[in-house]
Design a protein around this ligand. Structure first.
Ligand code: SF4
Length: 736
């Protein structure tokens, strides 16, 4: 890889550079017709849903270009020709492909046909669909227990594919249904269920336009949810105050030049955050504890809707300010001024967050603290106010809603059994980390992934690779080549599926976005290969081969017409009444959310204050806290390129950002190669060759891109209560 080039970080996002970058990717990869045509359908009524993040589309009118730069890159990547075929694999051995970087993998194009890696082979070779399903059936039915299989889901799977998949896994006899949500917003679901009774956000896009204050905490929308900047700009122009709470100065939080406005294309940016608090990494619980200490409770709301306020008030009184300031890195006066802002006006406050809050040991406690602040303000379940976990994958919320979870409640399993005529297992299954450990111990022997790039998304890269390599069979349903295909079991399969943008015999699927809107997605592009199957068809073929038609389940019949799958979802999952009719409505429909109506489906039937111990990660004397993050040229583990324009990085992935004084103190100059060592209970982990980049962040912090830095994240280090890997707070040291 070329030597990176460092430029001054940007102070605004969007504008002409975003358009130029989008067009470079789209036309560069798909040519002047296929790519641009796909963009015209992207996020349009009757078009297809963006396969990238889960930021919602406007309920009313949509713009002609209803997408952002990263949505365009995702579509460009998916709309590529199918060059990864038998000839490609004949040219490239596994070892050769392992030596290439992730951006190279993504540039190779779509997978054209089913491929198998036979035991001891060095190259993938073609296989027929039937033979592939038979191979899967022989391995799965050869297991001593269904729990020796793991069925992983990435957030790209549609509701229909996800429902059929969980039905198959449960008909097969296991709840081993880990998903990417285990690694991202599991902490949000856990905390919100405890506090307000629903594991999802409580706001709509319209609420942003009614809010007085919008807090963006532990989130980098400029890269991870770029269309959110349009909403933030509208809100600011409507008089709202945006407050950014993030250790790093991020361009997308400071300013936005709207690329669909002349002023924006000329680089005239709207200032977004009027307050920018560079909190200490994992100092958010302390910050919100401080805010709560300053607030006067909304007594009528508290009395009518909550329980536990008195105990929480005692917790607040018992928490000393110096501890709050030390753990948050924010001064009492800054906290008091923020609390004053939140308590001003009608307290129409929205708090948004992402991984910067969910991937810490105390993540659940931090999110309950945020919910506490909203309960004190009465800022939930009314216009312009509420909680907003921003989902990072297009249908990760929908997958969970239709049954992709290793511990679905009895109510769901009973309804599923009644509808399908099967007996689902009741023993909870493995989440993502438990699946890695089970494979590493040799207890789980078959790994099946519906999308995703498990080997790169997971913590402890080498340990996870060992786990996968101990499997008898690893199988991936994929659109593009990725490293997980190369980190394989004794035998391996790649099953190529249709992309979101491609025509699926005229059928449509549905997805649920961050705000609980379920809407239709129908691809229109000619499939890049005539050997692709849709995700539901692949699952039906697999299920028919492994368990056959069972109970009332006729797999092929269900996969033939997705209306049938939706009828089953309607019968099993609350809130999907008249699913097929409402899915055809322009823009789809909102799923019910009791907390929005101030109905609290908690144990007490009230919204519950949490009184968690105040905590913040301590890396140990002389060490730094590492957080892993995305560059602007990637979506999750898909790397579109090696640039990170907003942070001033060109041509660099093995990069470690740190405070200039922390680097100087260690005798490390800009772009000098470093060795990074992480410290955990079990052992240390070391990576080499990360180039140092001095960056505007508090002392004691560092940041590096995943998947490269996942090697440093201990598999056993997870958030209490949710099991989410603590990828945002790892104890490290850096040496020249
Ligand atoms: S904001 Fe998210 S969903 Fe919207 S176009 Fe961009 S990546 Fe896609």
């Amino acid at each position: 890889m070329e030597k990176p080039d460092l430029k001054k970080p940007k102070t605004w996002a969007g504008g002409a550079p975003a358009v130029a970058s989008s067009m470079k990717h789209v036309i560069g990869r798909d040519g002047p017709l296929r790519g641009p045509r796909a963009l015209l359908e992207l996020n349009q009524i009757g078009g297809f849903d963006c396969p990238s993040c889960a930021w919602p589309d406007p309920d009313d009118e949509r713009s002609v270009a209803e997408f952002c730069e990263n949505g365009a890159k995702a579509v460009a990547s998916e709309a590529m020709p199918a060059h990864v075929d038998r000839d490609f694999f004949a040219r490239h051995s596994i070892d050769d492909l392992l030596a290439r970087d992730d951006a190279w993998h993504d540039r190779q194009g779509r997978i054209a046909e089913p491929m198998v890696l036979r035991e001891g082979a060095t190259h993938y070779e073609p296989i027929s669909w039937d033979e592939a399903f038979q191979l899967l059936a022989s391995e799965l039915n050869g297991l001593e227990s269904p729990d020796e299989a793991v069925f992983y889901t990435s957030g790209r799977a549609s509701n229909e594919a996800a429902f059929l998949y969980q039905l198959f896994a449960r008909a097969f006899g296991t709840n081993n249904l880990p998903d990417c949500s285990n690694m991202c917003h599991e902490s949000s679901g856990t905390a919100l269920k405890q506090s307000i009774g629903v594991g999802k956000g409580t706001v709509t896009l319209d609420d942003f336009l009614e809010a007085e204050v919008i807090l963006c905490v532990g989130q980098n929308p400029g890269t991870n949810h770029p269309r959110m900047l349009t909403t933030l700009e509208q809100a600011v122009k409507g008089g709202a105050k945006v407050v950014a709470i993030n250790p790093l100065k991020e361009a997308g939080l400071t300013g936005f030049a709207h690329p669909q406005k002349v002023s924006g294309m000329l680089g005239k940016a709207t200032s977004l955050a009027s307050t920018y608090l560079q909190v200490r990494v994992n100092g958010d619980q302390a910050l919100f504890r401080g805010i709560a200490k300053c607030l006067t409770a909304d007594e009528p709301f508290i009395a009518a809707h909550t329980t536990g306020h008195d105990a929480y008030r005692r917790t607040l009184d018992a928490t000393p300010w110096d501890r709050i300031e030390a753990l948050s890195g924010i001064s009492r006066s800054e906290i008091e001024s923020l609390a004053g802002l939140l308590a001003s006006g009608e307290k129409r406050v929205i708090t948004c967050w992402a991984m910067g809050l969910t991937q810490h040991r105390n993540a659940v406690a931090t999110l309950r603290e945020i919910a506490n602040v909203h309960l004190l303000l009465g800022a939930i379940g009314r216009p312009g106010a509420g909680l907003c976990p921003v989902r990072g994958h297009s249908n990760v919320q929908g997958d969970r809603t239709v049954g992709i979870w290793e511990k679905m409640p009895e109510s769901f399993l009973a309804a599923l059994d009644a509808q399908a005529g099967i007996t689902s297992p009741r023993r909870h299954g493995h989440d993502t980390v438990a699946s890695i450990l089970a494979m590493h111990r040799g207890e789980a022997k078959v790994f099946f992934a519906l999308g995703g790039n498990f080997a790169q998304a997971c913590p402890d890269t080498s340990f996870t690779a060992e786990a996968l390599r101990r499997c008898r069979l690893t199988c991936h349903v994929s659109t593009k080549l990725n490293r997980s295909h190369l980190v394989h079991g004794r035998r391996a399969l790649i099953l190529p599926c249709l992309g979101r943008s491609e025509d699926d015999a005229g059928r449509f699927v549905t997805c649920e976005n961050s705000m609980g809107v379920v809407q239709m997605s129908r691809g229109t592009l000619k499939p890049c290969s005539d050997q692709l199957l849709s995700e539901p068809e692949i699952i039906a073929g697999l299920a028919e081969a492994v368990v056959g038609d069972t109970g009332k389940v006729r797999w092929r019949w269900l996969a033939e017409d997705y209306d049938r799958i939706r009828d089953w979802i309607e019968a099993v999952v609350p809130g999907f009444d008249a699913y097929n009719r409402r899915a055809r409505q322009p823009g789809g429909f909102y799923l019910p959310n009791a907390a929005k109506e101030r109905v609290w489906q908690t144990e007490s039937g009230k919204a519950e204050f949490g009184c968690d111990d105040l905590d913040a990660f301590d890396p140990g004397e002389g060490r730094l806290i590492l957080q892993t993050l995305r560059s602007h040229d990637q979506f999750n583990t898909t790397v579109y390129g090696n640039h990170d324009r907003y942070r001033g990085i060109a041509n660099g992935r093995r990069i470690i950002f740190a405070n200039p004084d922390d680097l100087k103190e260690r005798g490390i100059g800009p772009l000098e190669p470093t060795r990074i060592t992480s410290y955990a209970e079990d052992r240390t982990r070391t990576v080499e060759g990360f180039l140092a980049v001095p960056y505007d962040m508090p002392r004691g912090m560092a940041a590096a891109y995943f998947p490269e830095a996942n090697e440093l994240v201990p598999v056993g280090s997870v958030a209490e209560g949710s099991g989410t890997p603590t990828s945002k707070s790892i104890a490290i040291d850096i040496a020249p």
